[in-house]
Design a protein around this ligand. Sequence first.
Ligand code: LLP
Length: 418
Amino acid sequence: MSFFEYINGELYAEQTSLSSIATEHGTPCYVYSRAAIETQWKSLNEAFGDHPHTICYAVKANSNIAVLNILARLGSGFDIVSEGELRRVLKAGGDPNKVVFSGVAKSKNELAFALQNNVRSINIESVAELERVQEVAASLNTTASIAFRVNPNVDPETHPYISTGMDKAKFGVTMEAAFEAYKRADLLPNIEVHGIACHIGSQITKTSPFSDALEIVLSMVKRLATQGIEIKQLDLGGGLGIDYQGEVPPSADDYVQSMIQGIKAHGIDLPIAIEPGRYIAGNSGVMLTQIEFLKHNTSKNFAIVDAGMNDLLRPALYQAFHNIKPIKEKPTEEAKVFDVVGPVCESACVLGYDRTLAVKPGDLLAVLSAGAYSFVMANNYNSRNRPPEIMVDGTQAHVIRKRESFEQLIAGETQLPE
Ligand code: LLP
């Protein structure tokens, strides 16, 4: 079910027309649907039934505090990768005891902040980091609840830039090193082993890579038990893919059930945490953009729009496909094939190649699937202000982040003295 549908030829977010949002707030502009975010989160939550679980939304996917607050109100946990993300979660009313802290290079200050706020688990990604966590926990006279993020060397069959669970990735501790690392952790006075974590990649569209990784994680859980090291939570990461271009990823039910069946088959009945980001936010948002000009070269038609790679980086960075739809449906016989390109002075500033569109200057377009890894990756290249973010809730459109101003753009910059 999509919360972005045409009603009488006009594209809506829930019961709010996107053209009314563009008129009021200008373009480019991000628009999210509260109902979409909640529906996605609830689909995972319900799929677990009465199996003990925590859904730790991956804050990096969309970290606007309104998004985090909506999820916190549902009782969500959070997966964070920086002090900034933890501060956002706290500001949004999230429960730190449902927070897992991932990342390969957590600084001492970040670790201290996380420990002072009693996060549920520091997901440690190297033996060197274990020693750092011990040192910081000791200096605070506290105990750190930890998991190792293990790297099961499973191919998630996704884009190489978002594939994280293979040997060549910088992420996690190899299976060979993990056993010794747990034994070491067990000896450290300010470390309490809580769980085991694993995240193999993102935009995964099959269950088999998840199941393969789970098998490897479970074999480690059993091996640790022989040493008297008890795992209390399985954190199986994020990665569930979404439909950008006709992909058919597993449903929430299939994904969750395959985990539950997988652990039960081993006679293991542990609480499960997952870290979904894209699945919750990805298809819960669109980016609105307006056509400035049409341009025709000998071999190409260009629809030049007011949003660029600084606003939505994914096509330029990953050759990612985002569907692009006109906000007002038009007869397709007027359509031509366009490259939809933005204003940034880079050839890579393209939002979509070879799109069949019936459009003229001034028309509004919606770039779909822009709720995750979209605004969060926006930047100020070419001194472009970042767009506003709007949250639709039924017939209401709330500004949840204002358009950046020139003053904000240069805040923090100073000239040299005379
Ligand atoms: N947990 C960890 C430890 C992660 O590194 C990630 C994503 C997630 C959870 C959430 O994964 P998800 O459920 O969203 O697939 N910028 C890229 C995606 C990078 C993902 C990084 N890690 C993109 O635009 O496709």
